[in-house]
Design a protein around this ligand. Structure first.
Ligand SMILES: [Zn+2]
Ligand SMILES: [Zn+2]
Length: 145
């Protein structure tokens, strides 16, 4: 699959049976629909807020960012804002194929899924560990320790 941002060939990263497509050039991550929810569920975080139907139904965000095409069906993806503060701008396929996160946005999303009673900072740590393990092979060393 080609990166919707920079057109580099993405690599498949498998972690905990979840397959993500990762661009080593721009650190963007593609989640097939369901994979994001699966990841959040595994982390014990609330995944209902991130269901694909809900995301594709969200209002188009106002932004000057260039539209990107879905790496699966080639349609222009919709820009939507996730969360409240700060908002995270992600791209979602209008057919619901999946979601695209620019490098760094995944962490922002995770931040916003915290705050459930009993999860807290520990969930974030688990997600960071998950992503850290998944992307360790790329020599990324900018994850906070
Ligand atoms: Zn890229
Ligand atoms: Zn698509």
């Amino acid at each position: 699959m080609l990166c919707p941002t920079c057109r580099a060939v993405m690599i498949v990263v498998e972690q905990d049976k979840i397959e993500l497509d990762y661009c080593t050039d721009c650190s963007g991550v593609w989640f097939d629909s369901g994979e994001l929810e699966l990841m959040l569920e595994k982390m014990g975080l609330d995944s209902s807020a991130l269901s694909i139907a809900k995301l594709t139904g969200s209002p188009q965000a106002e932004t000057l960012e260039k539209k990107r095409r879905c790496p699966i069906c080639g349609r222009k993806m919709k820009k939507i804002n996730l969360g409240k503060k700060p908002k995270v701008l992600i791209d979602v396929c209008p057919r619901g194929d999946g979601l695209w996160f620019d490098g760094g946005e995944v962490h922002q999303i995770i931040e916003q899924c915290r705050g459930k009673p009993g999860s807290g900072a520990d969930s974030e740590n688990r997600v960071l560990t998950f992503l850290g393990d998944a992307f360790k092979a790329e020599g990324q060393s900018d994850l906070p320790r």
